[in-house]
Design a protein around this ligand. Sequence first.
Ligand code: F6R
Length: 612
Amino acid sequence: MCGIVAYIGPREAYPILIKGLQRLEYRGYDSAGIALLNGELNLFKTKGKVVELVDYLKDKDLKGNIGIAHTRWATHGEPNQTNAHPHFSQSGKLAIIHNGIIENYGALKKELTKRGYTFTSDTDTEVLVNLIEDICQNEKVSLEEAVRMSLNQVIGAYAIVILSQENPDMLIAARKGSPLVIGIGKDDYFIASDATPIIEYTKNVVYLEDEEVAIIKRGEELQIRNIKNRKKTPYIQELEWNLNELEKGGYDHFMLKEIYEQPRSIKDSMRGRLNARKGIVSLGGVSEYEEKLLKARRIIMIACGTSWHASLVGEYLFEDIARIPVEVEYASEFRYRNPIIDENDIIIAISQSGETADTLAAIKMAKSKGATILGICNVVGSSIPRLTDAGSYTHAGPEIGVASTKAFTAQVTILTLMALRLAQLKGTLPKSRFMQLLHELEHLPAKVEQVLDDKGITEQIAKEFKNTTNFLYLGRGYNFPVALEGALKLKEISYIHAEGYPAAEMKHGPIALIDENMPVVFIAPSKGIYEKVVSNIQEVKARNGKIIAIVTKGDTTVKKMADYIIEIPETEEMLVPILATIPLQKLAYYIAIMRGCNVDQPRNLAKSVTVE
Ligand code: F6R
């Protein structure tokens, strides 16, 4: 949600900032702005995407080797030029960019208004920058001190960077609840909401912790203090991602690239963790917690969106093969419903970004009740892995497309490995069956390649249904979460209304929707309760619904009933979700493209949801 970039050093700041905004645009894209300091503070902002800002800046003087820039996902105030960041303080001497929400901004604004401040925007951010200015002027303290003092008055979440006309060799950055990374170059500093804008300049980064304030001075060492004014030692980490992972690499869209990366990303998720020949599954990150997992009364998986769908697959896996009770919870519900949790519970938090506000809050709540927290995350160094007791990274590589694709299959891969390891420890699977599953898992990336090479069938189906207004997705057992995920993919990028259901639930309501205009996608592999799904297909057929079915290669029964079939290779029942999700990702992609939608940046969405 909202992208922050800032630079201080000997180079021209503008090219670095604008490129950084382009890299971060997946976080928010309703308006963008930039402030550069070159003797005086120059502020430029526009409604719309970064490309519109670039256009607006064509004939402007963009000199300066210090600056801040922002791409916004609106929270307070509609997305327009006035509400776009950066925001000036009343004197025009301070500029701020902000990600997050200042919850007590109303009370602060009232107080500042009494003191003579007026506001041009509807944002909470403008309140914060004026609060800093007010403290600076009235308390006669330095800017660093004023920032620290103001943050002690703030309730809510923030990642901020402040640029001051009177301090041309300094930037101040701070975070609470919203991520902020500082890249340390040879003689310059790069600040951003995540590492993507930084990676081409340096691999050395410091992730700010909550309530830390960084004082970043030209030519000086980075200083960090917390808002209680305690000095902190910066912990410098090395980034693992490469620059080419952040480019489209010849694909039209990041989403398509990421769909096609799945054979590789699934393999990377298993690398060093699975040796089928020797019968070894080991997840180094959680090995110390195996004993606790074995003794756990139950496991609670918490997540949002696509990661919640992966958790549902996890529930089937853990209960099926490791015989441990699992509950799956929306983090946003869990955090507010006073759940019964204690030290016998293990929470597994699942998140691509590692920054989702609701998941973070749910973790903190469960932690305060004594539960052990494990994480499954993709972004190394993000907030969730730093908050959990232990965990496993998915190693899917950066996911830039807003719709999650390869992160989902990587999450399910990790959950499969975890469930297998627990099954091994608990002895809930016969050795021969365990070995069989490991072998099948090892061969899965090659089967994913086969699924991707579908001879144009998903495109053909997309062409047929691109103008439809509703879709139903149905699956049973392991494939019920796949139905949910297929429906989510379609609705978020094509804006077609789509619902996912357990197939048997259809007759309790959704069947009323079926007529000759309703496409119904069935996930109907030959494993599991195949005959039951076939009966559900018949029920749709009898009402003239259009049937698109994902079936196991060689299926003849469903083929006779369906209008379209998409074949996937034969695999174990528990591994079908990984294979079956991929055609649904492609179907959503092609339908969205044919409808002229921006698949990488769908309307109203942002990649990393750092607000409630
Ligand atoms: C859907 C999608 C979202 C995310 C959700 C959780 O394609 O991307 O539903 O899955 O916002 O995000 P993470 O996994 O980063 O916690």
